[in-house]
Design a protein around this ligand. Structure first.
Ligand code: OGA
Ligand code: NI
Length: 351
């Protein structure tokens, strides 16, 4: 009987994942076809997002570049970040291998419970989607590795070893960036490196299989990340687009770089000075795309509010009230997260 149930669960998971099931045919299944207004639109080629070299120029210059990028775009690429290329290739490869395993190796991790430390899901994972997104995702609480590694998938068999190397390196880079941003905002150097960024760091493996007709589908809808910052590796396949002045810009892959994007927590802490960028992922016809995100968020108890030194009642009154991360998560998981204004409505102070 147990075996029968497991078999049924396997079949259910297989049907839902875009890396298996219905999506491997030559036409896009009805459930994945967006209405004309929601389909991917053309991108502007006039702009591209800034590239910041962490080893070029003085620290003050780097800080200035980051702040300019953060104010203008809410996103930038970072190069010369100190993480070895080989490790970056390894983590992308192992993520791809995970999704390309037989369904019986993945099904045990499938869950629709967003509080799980390790879980595999499809689309956005916890909201009833009217139309499905062309993405599978493995999300893992990951830092410190020793605390969570027993929950990482057992296969591919080098996954734990690679995570053990990558996560501490990634975390070091995150810390360095947070110190530079704190400096740029005129905050104490450690303002952003305590509880504000020490909630469980998530490693997010995204997998977008080839799609028979990318013009009808979306990998991820327009959204802002609900985190402090996200660092993304996107290998050599494009698919990420960011919104800038009402135009979509494609974030083209740059080998060995991270895409750093600012999340809603940082927008609040900076009282709106740094923008959480709206972004989406589109699909492509020819190759599977694997991206890896490190998502940095506050602890659940930490109070999030505009930093005191950045507000003054007279000239720069606070735009957001105080809240805790779970309050924002609640809104994200129940409301229409595609719309930044709707997401933030409850947290904005009405003047
Ligand atoms: C995300 C995200 C974009 C991508 O995981 O939040 O926006 O290119 N990913 O995979
Ligand atoms: Ni995102």
């Amino acid at each position: 009987m147990r075996e029968r149930e497991r078999e049924r669960e396997r079949e259910r998971v297989m049907e839902m994942l875009v890396s298996h099931g219905l999506c491997r045919g030559s036409v896009v299944p009805e459930a994945y076809v967006f209405s004309e207004e929601q389909r991917p639109t053309t991108v502007s080629t006039k702009r591209s997002i800034p590239i910041i070299d962490l080893e070029e120029g003085s620290e003050d210059e780097v800080v200035k570049e980051i702040l300019n990028a953060a104010k203008e775009y809410g996103v930038f690429k970072v190069i010369n970040h100190g993480i070895p290329e080989e490790l970056i290739d390894d983590v992308i490869s192992v993520a791809q291998e995970f999704f390309e395993m037989p369904v019986e190796d993945k099904a045990p991790y499938y869950s629709e419970d967003p509080t799980k430390d390790t879980r595999l899901f499809t689309g956005q994972g916890f909201r009833k989607e009217n139309i499905h997104f062309w993405r599978d995702c493995l999300i893992m609480s990951a830092y410190p590795v020793e605390k969570y590694e027993h929950q990482f998938p057992e296969k591919p068999d080098n996954l734990k070893r690679i995570m053990g190397k990558f996560v501490p390196e990634g975390r070091k880079l995150v810390r360095r960036l947070l110190e530079l941003i704190s400096k740029g905002l005129g905050l104490e150097e450690d303002y952003l490196t305590g509880d504000i960024s020490e909630g469980s760091m998530k490693m997010v493996f995204n997998y977008y299989p080839p799609c028979p007709d990318p013009s009808l589908t979306l990998g991820l809808p327009k959204h802002c990340d609900i985190t402090l910052i996200n660092l993304l590796l996107q290998g050599n396949v494009s698919g990420l687009q960011v919104l800038h002045d009402d135009n979509w810009i494609s974030v083209d892959p740059l080998p060995n770089s991270f895409v750093v994007n600012f999340g809603l927590l940082l927008e609040v802490i900076s009282n709106g000075l740094l923008k959480a960028v709206e972004h989406r992922a589109v699909t492509n016809k020819n190759v599977a795309r694997t991206s890896i995100a490190m998502a940095i968020r506050s602890t659940d108890d930490c109070i999030i509010c505009p930093a005191e030194v950045l507000v003054s009642e007279e000239h720069n009154p606070p735009v957001y009230r105080s809240f805790r991360f779970p309050d924002l998560f609640e809104v994200f998981s129940t409301k229409n997260a595609d719309d930044k204004e709707i997401m933030m409505k409850d947290f904005r102070i009405k003047n």
